[in-house]
Design a protein around this ligand. Structure first.
Ligand code: ATP
Length: 696
């Protein structure tokens, strides 16, 4: 047994990094391999899925039945766009082709998913589908075919792009040396409703988003829907700088796919950057949408816009952030890179070479999305951290999201309703597949036995779960959490995971949450409760573990975050009145004894003699750690001894009060947890367990 004097010790708990994770997704191709669209009311809270339907052509080739023309297009906030209109858009596209080729194409099962048609002089025309390329006709394309197509589109601008009025299609020309058009790449443009759901949390956060991806991966489609989402659902003033009219479609009236967002056309591709600045200066936007930032001037303009506090959503060609970093013109988007020479000492301290690469300044965009395919992307919530990691040769932290895993249940993204504590708990239970039949009310054994399955509750009821609770620790030292769980005997019931997808709860420090709002978004996205530690003391950790396992009610600890999501704050079980200096000293003595000797070393500690009221306060604190204690000494010289025994409080009925009455002023009595426990004589319904001694 050891006695200690209290003194203040600062415990520095290091942080675990916010690990790479998972995903979420959206669903576009239904089982018939045709496009589905999500129709959303402008209020955004009520959402429903509109399934794709077969539609018969009403115009171009009425005699042709198109069994696979089964796609719909989201209609944004305007309810006026009908499926017939969307069919008309495909018809407009197909009219670029000579009739016999059009008829062939109509017959294709995947016509609804057609991506591009390629017409090169003297070659067979190709149709590109998600499943691959398909030869439309054995007859090679001739000049008449090209002239026919060119006659259906508007003028080609200096970037050799054109469009079809009132549609999102993009027609790109290849010219010979005499500037005559000898090839056409005709891309079907469509507003794919729901395509921005995958980044809704980021859009909502209001940060600037850089979308990176190779050609044709769906960047324009994603930012078009993002523009609509921002304008129609988040009611932002959105201006699209539409260099090739690809986002808002050809013609002076923008396509309904952009919702209420405004669109600025760009007369000449070289003027994109000046139109970007003009947009900020003249039209008071809150968000600027810009497709294909490709030149240094455009990157500089983007950086200027970001500095003026305007949210940016932009795209750039590339496969990864790394490729943007390597592009000298686009580097500025990620903060710029410079080489720094360190002093010998610093280089040694950092264990790096003397000359290293560092980020020059803050990136233009706060987060980034790397589109891997139309159905998968990598989300970098903190672009600065990603860039720093890449420069330091560390793997960046990102989240992989899959559209195809995304539950069709878009309600997940509805704003959280006002909920009571009970409802918050119910939500948590529901998300963890805990049904009411799993709930046992076990009044005789409210304390948790480690040999059981995991339990979770908010009100003392006992809930069984089949696997250990998976906790995602955010800026909480994983080892500390594991250690606390271990000393509490819960090592089989709680696990720390790096995979947020399989997590049941997030345990985060409040400072981390304040700094990184996106954690809340991710939690909301995955519907996980966040248990918030204001400080990383063991007492709070013990309480957090008990709450996560459902052994302690939340009570008034649920606080609404600014975004409406309920955080469960781990409060101290500290006295609410102002404690005296003597009390503070006595409680600190308890804390140090427990955290430095009793729990880690498994040793008993006898505290200094105190007045009985102070000893009662000490006892309360000991109980909050679920430890047993006993009083010793005389009435004038009473002191508390903390035992390395876990307090197990079975229903003590009235026995505690009976024992208190019997307490002798000189004899030793073990006390704790509302009932009395002693290492020698345990009362009925109470027990103590020897704490495991931790490894050094
Ligand atoms: N989520 C999606 N579901 C179905 N089709 C999609 C989706 N996203 C894009 N597409 C289709 O894929 C094709 C290419 O899309 P988009 O033009 O958006 O790609 P991009 O990455 O912007 O290409 P580029 O870089 O060449 O401009 C279009 O025909 C578009 O309709």
């Amino acid at each position: 047994m050891r006695a200690i004097n209290s003194h203040v010790v600062l415990i520095d708990l290091h942080c675990t990094s916010w690990q790479q994770n998972n995903n979420k997704k959206q669903h576009y191709l239904n089982s018939n391999n045709c496009f589905s669209s999500f129709h959303r009311s402008s209020s955004s809270s009520s959402r429903r899925v509109v399934h794709a339907k077969a539609i018969q052509s009403s115009s171009a080739s009425p005699q042709i039945r198109r069994p696979s023309d089964r796609y719909t297009i989201r209609n944004g906030s305007s309810p006026s766009i009908s499926q017939t209109e969307t069919t008309v858009e495909l018809d407009m596209f197909l009219e670029l082709l000579p009739l016999e080729m059009r008829m062939e194409l109509y017959k294709h099962q995947e016509i609804g998913g057609l991506i591009e048609v390629v017409m090169d002089l003297g070659r067979k025309p190709l149709a590109r589908f998600p499943s691959g390329d398909w030869v439309i006709s054995q007859r090679p394309i001739n000049h008449t075919d090209l002239d026919h197509a060119i006659s259906k589109v508007g003028e080609f601008s200096d970037d050799n792009r054109s469009g079809i009025d009132s549609s999102l299609h993009r027609i790109s020309a290849i010219r010979n040396r005499q500037k005559q058009i000898i090839g056409l790449t005709c891309r079907v443009g469509r507003a794919v409703s729901g395509s921005a759901e995958i980044i809704r949390d980021m859009v909502e956060e209001g940060g600037s988003i850089l979308v990176i991806g190779p050609p044709g991966v769906g960047k324009t489609t994603l930012i078009r829907e993002t523009a609509r989402m921002l304008a129609d659902e988040f009611m932002k003033r959105v201006v699209i700088v539409d260099t090739s009219n690809e986002i808002g479609g050809d013609g002076d009236v923008p396509h309904a796919g952009i919702g209420r967002a405004r669109r600025m056309q760009v007369p000449n591709v070289n003027m994109q950057h000046s139109v970007m600045i003009e947009a900020v200066e003249n039209h008071m936007p809150q968000t600027i949408i810009i497709d294909e930032i490709g030149t240094e001037l455009e990157a500089l303009a983007a950086s200027t816009i970001a500095q003026r506090g305007v949210q940016l959503v932009g795209t750039a060609h590339g496969t990864t952030i790394d490729s943007i970093m390597k592009n000298p013109y686009l580097q500025i988007l990620v903060g710029g890179i410079e080489s720094v020479t360190l002093g010998d000492e610093e280089a040694k301290k950092r264990k790096v070479q003397k000359t290293i690469l560092e980020r020059k300044g803050p990136p233009t965009f706060s987060c980034a999305v790397e589109m891997i395919s139309k159905t998968e992307c990598r989300v970098h919530h903190r672009l600065d951290a990603t860039v720093d990691a890449i420069l330091a040769g560390r793997p960046p932290v990102f989240e992989v999201r899959h559209w195809d895993d995304f539950p069709n249940d878009l309600e997940k993204h509805a704003p959280l309703p006002e909920i009571s504590h009970e409802e918050a708990s119910d939500l948590y239970l529901a998300n963890n597949n805990i049904t009411s039949s799993d709930i046992e009310h076990d009044e005789d054994d409210t304390y948790y036995s480690p040999t059981r399955s995991v339990q979770w509750s908010n009100s003392g009821s006992v809930i069984k779960r089949s696997s250990p609770m998976q906790v995602y620790a955010c800026k909480i030292l994983e080892d500390d959490l594991v250690q606390v769980a271990k000393v509490m005997g819960f090592e089989d019931l709680i696990e720390v995971t790096d995979e947020i997808t399989i997590a049941d709860a997030i345990l985060a420090s409040s400072s981390e949450l304040r700094q990184n709002q996106w954690i809340r978004s991710v939690a909301k996205f995955h519907q996980l409760p966040i248990f918030v530690l204001k400080s990383n003391t063991m007492a709070k950790m013990v309480k957090a573990v008990r709450m996560i396992l459902g052994l302690e009610p939340f009570g008034p600890t649920i606080k609404k975050a600014s975004n409406g999501s309920p955080d469960i704050e781990i409060d101290d079980d500290e006295p609410k009145r102002k404690p005296s200096l003597e009390e503070i000293d006595a409680l600190e003595e308890v804390r140090l004894a427990i955290e430095y000797i009793v729990i880690p070393g498994g040793e008993a500690v006898e505290l200094l003699p105190r007045r009985s009221e102070i000893i009662d306060r000490q006892l309360e604190l000991v109980q909050s750690y679920q430890l047993a204690a006993q009083k010793s000494g005389t009435d004038q010289n009473t002191r508390l001894q903390i035992l390395p025994l876990k307090l197990s409080t079975k229903k003590a009925s009235n026995s505690s009060s009976v024992r208190r009455k019997k307490r002798s002023s000189t004899s030793e009595k073990s006390v704790g947890g509302g009932g009395s426990v002693g290492s020698g004589g345990r009362g009925k319904g109470t027990s103590v367990t020897r704490l495991p001694i931790l490894p050094e």
